[in-house]
Design a protein around this ligand. Structure first.
Ligand code: ADP
Length: 244
């Protein structure tokens, strides 16, 4: 298992303003699996990702990355585990404008004082197709290329798992397709594990499995998704929502 949540509950606020964002959610992610998390706005997708990645505390329940239980770790150990075992890709590319593409890719390892595995780095750079752009700064790259730099940065330290939050949210469909194809290849060819939050059925169709959230509950799952089957499932929920 690469990541797991058991009975994960997260509430914000208290008393009358209390909002239960996640209500006893169970999710497991196998090594080498690409999982998409979908659901309407406010269904708890970001909260689930943040709790599973140790970026936010939980109200009840447990989360694990590999063998390590995040919910049992003290801050210092949690920070270290996040740095060593987890890669992040955000909707905004979050690159440093004054650094080259290559410097951005190796920055987390430079900060951590670890050396990049050169052969692995070469493989990652070739997989993202950035070989000819390594000395360019983010401002000299297209949005799609910038997000591929961010993907390479997440992959460079060989994290146990990558969490991606709407990674194609800022990209046009062609650049988005490039990034999604790359994420898919990193799972199929490099054995990476990815959890991706998205509202886009096309993006979700690149995953091995889709987990659907609604009102803080896991309401359905879909294996081997296609854009069509994901859309059908979403329509079913919309209909159910309107009837209730
Ligand atoms: P999604 O990512 O699916 O849009 P979120 O995880 O952001 O959903 O939010 C789930 C629920 O939790 C929503 O009702 C949202 O308003 C609430 N929520 C999220 N973050 C906070 C916060 N920091 N304080 C209070 N409520 C929050």
């Amino acid at each position: 298992m690469a990541a797991r949540a058991a009975g994960l509950t997260k509430a914000y606020g208290s008393g009358e303003t209390r909002v239960v964002a996640l209500d006893a959610v169970d999710v497991s992610v196998t090594r080498g699996e690409y999982v998409a998390i979908m659901g309407p706005s406010g269904s708890g997708k970001s909260t689930l990702m943040h709790c599973m990645a140790g970026l936010d505390t939980v109200s009840a329940g447990q989360t694990w990355i590999g063998e390590s239980e995040l919910t049992a770790l003290k801050d210092k150990h949690l920070t270290r585990l996040r740095r060593d075992k987890i890669g992040f890709i955000f909707q905004a590319f979050n690159l440093l404008p004054t650094l080259s593409a290559l410097e951005n890719i190796t920055l987390p390892m430079d900060i951590a004082g670890t050396k990049a595995d050169r052969a692995w780095l070469d493989q990652v750079i070739d997989t993202v197709g950035l070989r000819g752009r390594l000395s360019h700064r983010p401002g000299e790259l297209s949005g799609g290329q910038q997000q591929r730099v961010a993907c390479a940065r997440a992959l460079a330290s060989r994290p146990e798992i990558i969490f991606a939050d709407e990674p194609t949210g800022n990209l046009d469909s062609r650049a988005g397709a490039e990034v999604l194809a790359f994420l898919r290849r990193s799972v199929t060819d490099l054995g990476q594990t990815i959890v991706m939050v998205t509202h886009d059925p096309v993006a979700a169709s690149y995953a091995d499995r889709v987990v659907f959230l609604a009102d803080g509950h896991v309401v359905d799952e879909l294996a081997e998704p296609t854009a069509g089957s994901v859309l059908d499932r979403m329509r079913k929920f919309d209909g159910a929502g309107r009837r209730s």
